[in-house]
Design a protein around this ligand. Structure first.
Ligand code: ZN
Length: 268
């Protein structure tokens, strides 16, 4: 359940791979064994997407549309703070304390298995907040079959409902990775997908806390969705440790805080 890369974008096939693909076709036709060697190298570097995730041919299309939201177009100075990967003993209570102190709502995208284990950390503390689905074990949804994606998302859905008394309506795919199966299961659950438009940078990448706070405060726009983590390596703690400073800075620029669903209701 290691989570090291919310800030990484999924790799896209680059020109080099396309060229290698052509080389493979030519090698296969012209040189036999040489083509095989090229194919091995190509596969090693760029494993194919499993057919289970890539193919949607045999499915009935869902009867509901799924929105994908990076930010919301609004004229009001509203920002949604979001925290991923909890709840865990380390940092989730600290994040909730800071939000309580500031009376600021946030949206927590929770990992179902962690919520099942650590429900006591959040019980009775989520009234002003929203909880979204972040899969059962921080799963890479771009690689799951329809059946597996369904289990991961549905189990988490049920756990959130049991612990919070509210059914979630938002899904954030871990690392922002998704496949056709993700869209299908999201439609079945009546979910929309929430990504982010502003990331609280990881200290590992050389950003000092004060710089990171300034980057969030200066770059927020009406409708921004900020992504931080309430779980992870020490280098990631900034999002929680600096939360009071971020809230003060953003309020100083006239921003108010809302959950993601509240932000959507303020859309133009
Ligand atoms: Zn995550």
């Amino acid at each position: 359940m290691k989570d090291t890369g919310e800030d990484r974008r999924p790799a896209r096939p680059g020109r080099r791979n396309i060229i290698r693909g052509l080389g493979l076709a030519a090698g296969g036709l012209l040189a036999g064994g040489a083509g095989f060697a090229t194919e091995q190298a190509w596969r090693r570097e760029d494993p194919p997407t499993p057919a289970s995730a890539a193919s949607v041919d045999s499915w009935q299309p869902p009867d509901r549309q799924v929105d994908v939201i990076w930010a919301v177009n609004t004229r009001r100075r509203l920002v949604a703070l979001t925290f991923d990967d909890g709840p865990m003993e380390r940092w989730t209570p600290q994040a909730l304390d800071a939000l309580d102190e500031a009376k600021a709502p946030a949206t927590f995208f929770m990992v179902g298995s962690r919520l099942a284990r650590n429900a006591r950390l959040v019980e009775g503390r989520l009234d002003r907040h929203e909880v979204g689905n972040h899969t059962w074990k921080h799963d890479d949804l771009s690689k799951l079959s329809l059946a597996h994606a369904r289990r991961s998302i549905h189990r988490t859905h049920r756990t959130i409902e049991e612990v919070t008394g509210r059914a979630p309506t938002l899904l954030r795919p871990p690392w922002g990775r998704l496949g056709g199966t993700t869209l299908h299961v999201a439609a079945e659950h009546g979910y929309d997908l929430v990504l982010w438009s502003l990331l609280v940078q990881d200290r590992r990448l050389g950003h000092e806390p004060a710089e990171m706070v300034a980057a969030v405060v200066d770059n927020a726009r009406p409708g921004t969705i900020v992504l931080g983590h309430d779980v992870g390596a020490a280098s990631r703690e900034t999002a929680v440790a600096q939360l009071p400073a971020m809230i003060r800075g953003l309020r100083g620029r006239g921003f108010e805080f809302v959950t993601v669903s509240q932000l959507r209701r303020a859309a133009i």
